[in-house]
Design a protein around this ligand. Structure first.
Ligand code: ZN
Length: 91
């Protein structure tokens, strides 16, 4: 494996593919439950486009993609995390 290879992943909102390192990753970790930007297991990706991560349906889409119920605690955490991306210029 080489670090030069880009791994493309699908944004669950706009359904476009992006380099994985430019996506927000939410993982249903086998041992630790839902994790943000880390963990091993089924993962869903959201691109750093405002209309995707601020999509009102994003939580439903996440739950569907991860095949799990997202705890309100995670939703709170997720909303705080994505709030910090609001200042990011879109690339
Ligand atoms: Zn997107």
């Amino acid at each position: 494996m080489t670090h030069q290879t880009s791994v493309m992943r699908l944004c669950i909102s706009c359904r476009k593919t992006y380099d994985r390192k430019n996506l927000l990753k939410i993982t249903k970790d086998h041992n630790q439950g839902i994790m943000f930007q880390k963990g091993m297991g089924r993962s869903a990706y959201i691109c750093k486009s405002k209309k995707c991560y601020l999509d009102s349906k994003i939580k439903k889409k996440l739950q569907k993609a991860l095949k799990t119920y997202l705890e309100p605690e995670f939703i709170d955490f997720f909303e705080k995390e994505i709030a910090s991306y609001n200042e990011y210029p879109n690339k």
